[in-house]
Design a protein around this ligand. Structure first.
Ligand SMILES: N#Cc1c(-c2ccc3ccn(Cc4ccncc4)c3c2)n[nH]c1N
Length: 250
């Protein structure tokens, strides 16, 4: 997968050079390219913004630099497999399902804006060339989209084959809507490791029993408990077939 990120703060994306994504890029699984938006300005001040038409607070990002950037990154006729992702507080909620969908793309272009956002006409023009996703990473207000790009690139990148050391762990994700182990749509329960006793606190004996069927049942019960406590909305959303009556009674 190729990932292009256009921003006026390239240094904000430096964390993509480390850990999971950095290793994937070094292994050739990911081709991550960060671009300075001002590359596509032509005035002496490298202007990327202007006052909002109709008045109002702040500034709006001009469509021209973004359009020139996108045209160079995705030249006409090469749009197949390319998707434009625009982080915005007014976007669709970014979820694991969306991450899984984006992980199937061959080329993602991220447009993290600043100020009050990008002139709408850029989005409209881009949507005539390729799919455009306007996404939000949560119900709070940030100062720009770069943080959202870091979140989305990690959530998508970890799903790509060969990125996670143990491919299984991606299947047991929280919010994992995967069908594995009957945990679909539930939050992960508690995890433990050695030592068996620490600070006067014991690892639940069931986890040391070696009885994998009992352990699996215990983990599912813990996942249900955790989900009911932290995200009752997810319980309500679970398909009844996925949740037998016994579970509902808990
Ligand atoms: N994803 C996401 C986001 C953002 C976000 C994303 C991109 C931009 C570009 C500019 N801003 C600042 C701004 C613009 C308009 N209204 C309020 C603030 C952004 C915020 N805020 N909160 C989220 N969950």
């Amino acid at each position: 997968m190729r990932i292009d990120i256009v921003t006026i703060f390239p240094e904000y994306l430096a964390p993509l050079d480390v850990s999971l994504i950095g290793k994937a890029a070094a292994a050739g699984i990911l081709d991550v390219r960060v671009h300075e938006l001002r590359t596509w300005t032509h005035d002496r001040h490298n202007t990327v913004d202007d006052s909002p038409c109709g008045g109002g607070p702040g500034m709006v990002m001009k469509p021209e630099p973004w359009s020139e950037a996108l045209t160079q990154i995705v030249p006409p006729g090469t749009e197949d497999g390319a998707r434009l992702i625009v982080p915005t507080p007014s976007g669709r909620p970014f979820t694991q399902r969306i991450a899984e969908d984006l992980a199937t793309a061959s080329h993602l272009v991220f447009a993290p804006a600043r100020y009050e956002g990008i002139d709408r006409r850029f989005i409209e023009a881009a949507a005539e060339r390729m799919p455009v996703e306007e996404l939000s990473i949560g119900d709070y207000v940030l100062a720009g989209g770069e943080v959202a790009v870091l979140v989305m690139v990690e959530a998508v990148g970890r799903l790509l084959p060969g990125v996670l050391g143990n491919a299984e762990s991606a299947k047991d994700d929280s919010f994992g809507h995967s069908s594995d182990g009957g945990m679909a749509g539930l939050l992960e329960g508690p995890v433990y490791t050695k030592p068996a006793s620490w600070d006067g606190r014991e690892v639940p004996p069931v986890l040391l029993s070696g009885n994998h069927a009992v352990i699996a049942r215990w983990r599912r019960d813990q996942a249900l408990r955790r989900t009911s406590e932290m995200r009752p909305d997810l319980i309500a959303a679970l398909d009844s077939a996925a949740l037998d009556k016994k579970d509902r009674a808990q």
